[in-house]
Design a protein around this ligand. Structure first.
Ligand code: NAP
Length: 322
């Protein structure tokens, strides 16, 4: 008999057909009663694959037969990792395949906020370009400005490379530990967050969300930033105290922000929308056709490996294997 699996977000027809050839597949209907669908499918599910749903002890208590969750994302803050590990449930993610695309988006946000691209695009389309631009609409330079990377991991390093090689930017960074190879490659300097906030012209957040990084940037940290600084968040919304950020943008305590992620998503309404000095994108860091496809492919491979009792390629809770 084919094992039961539960798909909790959209997959391509091709990937679904591939799953159906091997497993007895139930697909979550996002418009239906989510709790009722969990109650029906989870007790027998051996595997789950998808992205974008909080899956903690409350949701998974009934999933008594669960062996693997394959997340189609690199970040895994939607899962309670210690709980999964305690229960022997493998969690897999999709690192590497989205690194360059997410770094592209991070740098797009940085440039858009610095050069006021969405604001001036709207200004032009609204027919305001009747004489030359007045200085109050000028942007700020990017090249040779100091780039501060908060979280010098895969994506952080890829953003730093863009800044160093493309724009001659000095790079400061924080991480759990120094990265001597990146320092040699990018002439980057490891420092405390306080130093980075005080010295960087662009502060780019690319840390995973966890107990240490929740609200890492609050009122006090925003106050440490330069008056002309720009904050970019491509990590997770909860890394920033959003109310404090809104206040600092309203009062122009910092110059601008470029945001891909928010405390609550999707974001259909927000005081941020009234602010010309913030660029708001709908969590699209990895959202290109090629990269989303590569992520789904990797998640499928991880899933098949784990379901077959093999070590999945990108296992998060590696201690389950040793
Ligand atoms: P990664 O390679 O694991 O890098 C994370 C970096 O953060 C590491 O360098 C780590 O330091 C550092 N770090 C962790 N905790 C820290 C702390 N408390 N203070 C300072 N630095 C800390 O992960 P990645 O692949 O670059 O992805 C990073 C995050 O980006 C993901 O977790 C995800 O939430 C987010 N993301 C968002 C999108 C989007 O669509 N916007 C797309 C992809 C990823 P060490 O190396 O020293 O441990």
């Amino acid at each position: 008999m084919k094992p039961d699996v539960f798909v909790f977000s959209r997959l391509s027809d091709e990937h679904l057909a591939e799953l159906k050839a091997r497993y007895n597949v139930t697909v979550l209907d996002p418009k239906g009663d989510i709790e009722a669908q969990y109650a029906k499918a989870l007790p027998t599910a051996k595997g789950m694959i998808g992205v974008g749903r909080k899956l903690g002890p409350t949701q998974l208590a009934q999933a008594k037969n669960l062996k693997v969750i394959s997340s189609i994302s690199v970040g895994y803050d939607n899962y309670d990792l210690p709980y999964l590990t305690k229960r022997g449930i493998m969690l897999t993610n999709t690192p590497d395949v989205l690194t360059e695309t997410t770094a592209d988006l991070g740098f797009t946000l940085l440039m858009s906020a610095a050069r006021r691209v969405p604001e001036l695009d709207a200004w032009t389309k609204n027919g305001n370009w009747q004489r030359t631009l007045s200085p109050d609409l000028f942007g700020v330079d990017i090249h040779h400005k100091t780039l501060g990377i908060v979280g010098m991991g895969r994506i952080g390093a890829a953003i730093a490379r863009r800044g160093h090689f493309g724009f001659n930017m000095p790079v400061l960074y924080t991480a759990n530990s120094p990265k001597p190879e990146l320092e040699a490659e990018l002439n980057a300097r490891y420092c405390l967050l306080d130093t980075l906030l005080a010295q960087a012209d662009f502060v780019v957040l690319v840390v995973p969300l966890g107990p240490q990084t929740r609200q890492l940037i609050g009122k006090a940290q925003l106050a440490q930033m330069k008056a002309d600084a720009i904050l970019i968040n491509v990590a997770r919304g909860a890394v920033v105290d959003e109310a404090a950020l809104i206040e600092s943008l309203q009062t122009q305590q910092i110059r601008a922000a470029g945001l891909d992620v928010y405390e609550r998503e999707p974001l259909a309404e927000s005081p941020l929308f009234a602010l010309p000095n913030v660029v708001t994108l709908p969590h699209i860091g990895s959202a290109t056709a090629q990269t989303r496809n590569a992520m789904a492919r990797l998640a499928m491979d991880n899933f098949h490996q784990a379901m077959a009792g093999e070590k999945p390629q990108s296992l998060v809770n590696t201690e389950l294997w040793s």
